[in-house]
Ligand binder design. Structure first.
Ligand code: NAD
Length: 377
């Protein structure tokens, strides 16, 4: 009998953006077996998709509640162990809550919930039930992101003075100027997306990355968001000033109307001795800047990289690692945790990242609403 982890999927159907990333990631280290799913709210569509990708349809359930009820009837050695929640945002909390309460481990897409209050409730439930929870801030799985984190932790750039994270996309530009077109994306609907579009969707990636890479805690923020039109309830652009628990200061810039930009996410951390810069669209290059020295470019797979970085590198140097590999590394870390093997907590973002992320989103929206004022986290 296979010793793969029995894996269930909620959302992520053939019509989705993110489903394929999770399926490839889960298959990357031969650790998971896709065992059951509700890929789509339409059962026929779910069944059709399961047939198309060649998985048995006997555990393709008609809806989420039926799935949980039927899985709980199975003996534990047959039951799904880990579920991935890949639905639009408004379903993350009710699904993750019921799954954790029912004893399943959860991998959840970001933003973790719709509100900070829900995030705190989910954290309480996880602690009580003692299950595992991974939040897929995908970019933390890149080898050179992990390397940047470890070099900062080892003091290689000295005390941090300045942090600058930028996450620019342009995909909302063709949509935002037409109020009818705006209705075609759930991300601009507060009922499905939450109180923020730009900060909730991509600003939160940048926020989590800043805390992940630097080990600093954001203490206070001041946000200036842009909705562009009075009849658009959701921010689609914004700049957030950051103050940390140490003297460093930072800026987080996020936009979905940065015309022509694709997925231009970059992070620069400036220390007293040196600086490090990483860019998502060229994720295999980590730039080391030192005064009076030529720019150095660090790459995956070399012995000079940390154990955490090398653990996320599958092939010798020169074989680029991409977004699928980054997500694969998060699934790999979670698989180690599920199997009770040793793992580094930096291998996958946790419930705590989700709680802090939701606090950030709500506080940024509050800071803007109240007249661009400083707010504490
Ligand atoms: N980690 C990342 O970098 C990243 C990137 C993109 C999206 N996301 C997150 O992933 C989630 C999904 O985003 P997306 O772009 O794939 O959305 P999408 O709209 O493309 O796909 C959503 C999927 O959920 C399914 N679905 C909707 N209601 C459902 C229900 N009741 N039961 C089962 N399935 C249901 C839809 O049929 C579809 O397959 C969002 O929360 C988003 O923020 C994360």
């Amino acid at each position: 009998m296979s010793n793969k982890i029995r894996w269930g999927v909620l959302g992520g159907g053939g019509d989705s953006l993110i489903g394929v990333l999770h399926r490839v990631a889960a298959s990357m280290f031969d650790a998971y077996q896709l065992t059951g799913a509700v890929f789509n709210p339409n059962h026929e569509a779910s069944l059709k998709f399961a047939s198309e990708i060649g998985i048995p349809t006997n555990r393709i359930y008609k809806d989420f509640d039926t799935m949980v009820a039927e899985e709980l009837k199975l003996p534990s050695e047959e039951r799904i162990q880990v579920f991935s929640v890949l639905t639009p945002n408004f379903l993350h909390f009710p699904m993750a809550k019921k799954l954790l309460e029912s004893g399943f481990h959860v991998i959840c897409e970001k933003p973790m919930t719709m509100t900070y209050e829900e995030a705190l409730e989910l954290e309480t439930i996880q602690k009580k039930n003692n299950n595992l929870f991974a939040l897929t801030h995908t970019y933390t799985g890149y080898p050179m992101v992990r390397q940047m984190k470890m070099m900062i932790a080892n003091g290689e750039i000295g005390e941090i003075q300045k942090v600058d994270a930028q996450y620019y996309q342009g995909w909302i530009n063709p949509i935002i100027h037409d109020s009818e077109l705006r209705k075609t994306t759930w991300r601009l609907d507060p009922e499905k997306s939450g109180i923020s579009c730009c900060m909730g969707d991509i600003g939160v990636h940048a926020y989590q990355m800043i805390e992940y890479m630097t080990g600093l805690e954001v203490k206070d923020i001041l946000a200036d968001l842009n909705h562009l039109y009075d009849d658009n309830q959701m921010d689609i652009d914004g700049t957030v000033l950051l103050r940390f628990n140490k003297p460093a200061k930072g800026v987080l810039r996020a936009s979905q109307i940065a015309t022509g930009e694709e997925n231009n996410f970059s992070v620069a951390v400036y220390g007293k001795k040196a600086a490090l810069k990483w860019e998502q669209e060229n994720p295999n290059y980590l730039y080391l800047l030192e005064e009076g020295q030529p720019l150095r470019v660090l790459k995956p797979g070399h012995d000079y990289n940390s154990e955490l970085s090398l653990d996320g590198t599958k092939l010798p140097p020169g074989h680029p690692e991409g977004i699928f590999d980054a997500m694969g590394n998060i699934y790999k870390g979670m698989a180690k945790a599920v199997r009770g093997e040793d793992y580094n907590p930096a291998e996958f973002p946790s419930m705590r990242d989700g709680v802090r992320g939701m606090h950030f989103i709500e506080t940024a929206v509050g800071s803007h609403r109240d007249g661009n004022v400083w707010k504490s986290l």
